[in-house]
Design a protein around this ligand. Structure first.
Ligand SMILES: [Zn+2]
Length: 557
């Protein structure tokens, strides 16, 4: 998920995939009037328990816990389906705190689900956990300076969301134990989100069958949420593989049939067709296998496509066109083609009641206080990236935005997240929290710069406060859970019903990224966070590399 420039554009818009649009093109979304239940004055007992909870999450001990988990996951820098150390570490934290942790859910080795408590409501905290290729970066350094050249890293900030959820859930668990409250807390990670690789399988596995609400989060640069039609894209991710026949490329090329030719012709065909597709589509591809060596006619070649569109039917249509292109390329080259699905995501629709409940807590928590060092790092990175030097979000908190349905001609497409599939199966809300700043283009080392610094630590703590307060609202006020279900069934599902893109015999692409991780992990291990020796990862960086927070490029005079 990301975008390029902008000052204090609310990160809800980033989640909506709209932040890249100039102001004039953005759909006008009226601020929604808060519904009765979410806005009603709080019962004194609820208010008191919430105040105690907030004090607990704000405590130095909980701040440090969030910081330590955030920094540890950052240092692992693991990409999708290879979140092995991350799983081991977070699983241990949760088991030590009395959660039951089940590993390998939905046939995905690095996926897990942690639960505690019993009875209703069942509240499931979710957040993505994987890094991105080429994301390696020393935290707190305001220019490109990888920890390990070429290695993956958290250049999307997914190291922060699950630590945030764990801090929130632990604090809520303490209140529930003390007050003997009914309810079940569940924590699950969005494994391989960058590949849109798992959430449809979680749904198929029935992970959310008994869940009442999902409290999701995603890193952003401000504190916000929204509800309704996200206006963003969904997608299918499909790899096409062609098979021909080898031959001596000089001695007997007429006896060969080139699978690489088929890949190239498919791409040429797609790029011509692109002009005649709806404006809302976005398509990108990489060639995952281009053959072996030039003097052997390539027998096998593969190309991997993301077909993005703004609604289910249009996504299916794009997929059909892709299949036709593959068929045409195979005919032209006398090769055969097959395809496999590597990932899917539905366009997102989040819950109105849950967003209103969360929004009230966002307003009460407010933005973190940034230090001069935090602002220096943000501005120096923005200068480095040649975007406006706006620093960090300082408020005021923007209005709650949402619409049940955004007309097609106001949707421009953009990023996707497979939380979309979850949002169509259980009432879901997503929190955006300020653990990053507007600078990088997204999926880039620049987006990793603040992710193990006090900027991320403060953002995680502020987010954990909102997430915890929202969860406690739902535990203490069953009418909110009922109202959320009512919106889900009687408004959202009246629009359309969920049909998964994955087919009965599709399986999670769990082999992906293994080669990359095997290549870089030995070197990356040297920089895993040693929390027994250092309080923060920045302290470790100072010891290992001799730099201090913040490190910025010297001004040329
Ligand atoms: Zn993301």
């Amino acid at each position: 998920m990301k975008h390029a420039s902008i000052t204090l554009v609310s990160s809800a818009l980033i989640l909506l995939g709209l932040a890249a649009l100039p102001q004039a093109q953005r759909p006008t979304e009226p601020a929604a009037p808060a519904a009765a239940a979410a806005a009603a004055p709080l019962d004194p007992r609820v208010a008191k328990l919430k105040a105690l909870l907030d004090a607990d999450v704000s405590s130095p001990a909980m701040y440090d816990l969030g910081q330590q988990m955030n920094d540890m996951v950052f240092s692992f820098g693991e990409i999708g389906f290879q979140e092995v150390e991350t799983q081991k570490y977070l699983g241990k934290v949760l088991r030590d705190q009395g959660f039951t942790v089940r590993d390998g859910v939905a046939g995905i080795p690095t996926a897990w689900v942690a639960t505690w408590g019993s009875g209703q409501p069942v509240i499931a905290f979710g957040s993505d956990i994987d890094g991105i290729p080429q994301g390696s970066q020393k935290p707190g350094v305001a220019y490109h300076d990888p920890l390990v050249e070429g290695a993956p890293g958290h250049g999307e900030g997914h190291n922060s969301g699950t630590p945030l959820n764990i801090v929130a859930a632990l604090a809520v668990k303490r209140v529930m134990e003390r007050e003997k409250l009914s309810g079940t807390l569940m924590i699950w990670p969005g494994v391989a989100e960058e590949l849109l690789g798992t959430k449809a399988y979680f749904v198929r596995e029935g992970l959310f069958k008994d869940v009442d609400v999902v409290l999701y989060n995603h890193v952003g640069s401000n504190l916000s949420t929204s509800w309704g039609d996200s206006g963003g894209s969904g997608l299918v991710s499909v790899e096409y593989t062609f098979e021909g026949e080898t031959a001596h490329s000089a001695g007997a090329p007429w006896r060969g049939r080139s699978a690489l030719d088929a890949v190239e012709l498919m791409n040429v065909g797609w790029n011509y067709r692109r002009e005649h597709l709806r404006l809302a589509q976005r398509t990108h591809y990489v060639i995952t296998n281009g053959g072996d060596q030039p003097n052997v006619v390539p027998r096998n070649a593969s190309v991997w496509y993301y077909f993005r569109e703004i609604d289910y039917d249009s996504i299916r249509n794009m997929w059909d066109i892709g299949d036709k292109m593959a068929e045409g390329a195979a005919l032209m080259t006398n090769t055969k083609w097959t395809s496999r699905v590597l990932g899917t995501a539905w366009p997102r629709h989040t819950n109105k009641t849950l967003a209103e409940t969360m929004y009230a807590n966002i307003v009460s928590v407010g933005l973190p206080k940034w230090s001069e060092a935090d602002v220096t790092l943000a501005k120096a990175t923005q200068r480095e990236m040649k975007v406006p030097e706006v620093g960090l979000a300082t408020g005021p908190i923007g209005p709650l935005r949402g619409r049940e349905r955004i007309p097609d001609d106001e949707k421009f497409g953009g990023p996707s997240d497979d939380i979309g599939d979850v949002t169509w199966n259980v009432p879901t809300v997503s929190l955006s929290y300020p653990a990053n700043f507007q600078a990088g283009p997204g999926h880039n080392w620049a987006n990793a710069i603040p992710m193990a610094t006090p900027i991320a630590h403060k953002g995680v703590n502020a987010g954990a406060r909102v997430q915890a307060l929202t969860a406690l609202d739902l535990v203490l006020r069953p009418e909110l859970v009922k109202q959320a279900r009512d919106y889900f069934e009687n408004v959202q599902l009246k629009q359309r019903k969920y049909v998964p893109f994955i087919r009965a015999d599709d399986k999670p692409a769990v082999w992906m990224n293994k080669t990359t991780m095997d290549r870089y992990r030995p070197e990356m291990k040297k920089y895993y966070f040693d929390a027994t020796k250092y309080k923060t990862y920045l302290e470790q960086m100072e010891a290992q590399f001799g730099y201090k927070y913040p490190t910025v490029r010297e001004e040329r005079k």
